[in-house]
Design a protein around this ligand. Structure first.
Ligand SMILES: [Zn+2]
Ligand SMILES: [Zn+2]
Length: 445
């Protein structure tokens, strides 16, 4: 089947990456996609500004174009009906209904929510797992979208609705290509990415990675322009851990501080002192963040409280530094509280580990993306400070996680993730679907 090998289509794509034919290419696309005059003129005007980058959008295959209407419909349905981590029951039912209509797909639930769709090719080969996360966030949406969240206080503000719809679209396309695939693909619609301990760790414990040879992930990003793939070998996201400190002094009357052990003053010293971890205890070349995000104490303006509660988070890339942090922090807290004859409680709660991309697989995927989308479609990215629970699926086999741009300044789609105004450029979804399909065809060929 021609659609499986993709050779003819790839040749077609390459024709579009030569600067001399850009305007012809736009004309061809205008004919082929029956664009409106307005959109054609818009595309044409872009050729004069940033043609090479913009023309990334010309490489979407017919199979993907055909499913994009539905893909956007699915994404909007999911956006309108978001569910919090570990509570994605309606989302899972919705996905199972859609997936069960596909030929050759076997569904398996490992946890209460989330589902794995297994597609076995006609011939033996490697097993790969593609992961999309399906959960939303406890945020009140303020986008004004016609398909904004119907659930008060819950919003798809991280693009997981897009991840889910893209992978459902890829499964739809690839289920028709079973005869040409060698091996097995597991489409993991994963629950609870946003809420530690995370769904990925639970699934890894329950065996979702058993027999998997390669692992792949993708996140839409509001940092990068639509259709561009941010690639990084090695550490991609930080390890994200939480610390909790209770400074335990002795309360009293605000008029007589000499009779108390002032927990607030000690806590203030702790907050400042732990900032020196970044500047004095870790090499300047190493990315690290230590942030205090909550301080709670006191009941009245004239009472010195017994205790102050401090909560914050750390972001690290080096496992060695991650291991050192709790002791350094506790030493600081102990030192400060001991000088005022006081005590403390300290907890360091491990969150998500760093996502680390396999070098060889990263290089292979970069080449694949450039082959199919053009050389300008990829770019190197710096390490990202947010965490990703995908990391819990690592360690079983090599993996590659890519960031796909979904930012569009012209459309005003510029808000960061986890923001009540967060939007994603739906034009980005076609690149994700195309990428998943290309990847599966390549790895199971
Ligand atoms: Zn998020
Ligand atoms: Zn996310």
């Amino acid at each position: 089947m021609l659609v499986c090998c993709g050779a003819a289509r790839n040749d077609e794509r390459h024709r579009f990456s030569f600067p001399s034919i850009y305007l012809n290419a736009v004309q061809l696309v205008n004919d082929a996609w029956a664009l409106s005059d307005e959109k054609f003129l818009y595309l044409k005007s872009l050729c004069d500004i940033d043609t090479r980058r913009r023309l990334v959008k010309l490489v979407i295959s017919d199979e993907v174009k055909q499913v994009m209407g539905e893909c956007i419909e699915w994404r909007r349905h999911l956006h309108e009906n978001p569910e919090l981590s570990f509570e994605e029951y309606d989302t899972t039912n919705y996905l199972e209904n859609k997936l069960s209509e596909l030929e050759g797909i076997v569904l398996r639930r490992y946890a209460k929510t989330g589902v794995v769709a297994i597609l076995r090719g006609a011939k033996p080969g490697r097993t790969i797992l593609l992961r999309a996360d399906i959960d939303a966030l406890p945020i009140q949406e303020d986008t004004g979208l016609p398909f904004a969240s119907k659930r008060p206080g819950v919003m798809h503000a991280c693009g997981h609705d897009g991840h889910t719809a893209m992978m459902l679209a890829a499964a739809t396309i690839l289920s028709k290509e079973r005869d040409c695939l060698s091996g097995e693909v597991r489409f993991l619609f994963q629950h609870a990415e946003e809420q530690p301990p995370g769904g990925a760790a639970e699934l890894a414990r329950l065996g979702v990675m058993d027999g998997v040879d390669e692992l792949y992930g993708l996140h839409l990003s509001s940092l990068y322009p639509t259709g561009h793939f941010g690639v990084r070998a090695g550490a991609l996201t930080s390890a994200t851990d939480r610390f909790e400190i209770d400074v335990v002094g002795k309360g009293g009357h605000s008029a007589y501080p000499e009779g108390a052990h002032d927990a607030i003053v000690m806590a203030a010293q702790v907050v400042l002192a732990i900032q020196t971890i970044v500047s004095r205890r870790v090499a300047a070349t190493e990315p690290i963040v230590v942030s205090v995000c909550q301080i709670n104490a006191g009941t009245a303006y004239n009472i010195l409280p017994d205790e102050v509660h401090i909560v914050g988070s750390t972001r690290t890339f080096s496992e060695k530094t991650r291991k050192r942090l709790p002791k350094i922090m506790e030493d600081i807290v102990r030192g400060i509280t001991e000088t005022d004859d006081s005590t403390y409680r300290f907890r360091f709660v491990k969150g998500y580990a760093s996502v680390v991309n396999d070098a060889a697989l990263t290089s292979h995927c970069r080449n694949l993306i450039e082959k199919n989308f053009g050389h300008d479609a990829t770019f190197d990215i710096e390490p990202l400070m947010p965490g990703e629970d995908y990391s819990a699926l690592q360690g079983f086999c090599p993996g590659f996680f890519v960031e796909l741009g979904a930012r569009n300044e012209e459309k005003g789609i510029v808000y960061p993730h986890h923001n009540p105004h967060y939007l994603l450029d739906e034009d980005a979804l076609q690149y994700g679907v195309e990428y998943w399909c290309d990847l599966v065809r390549d790895r199971l060929s």
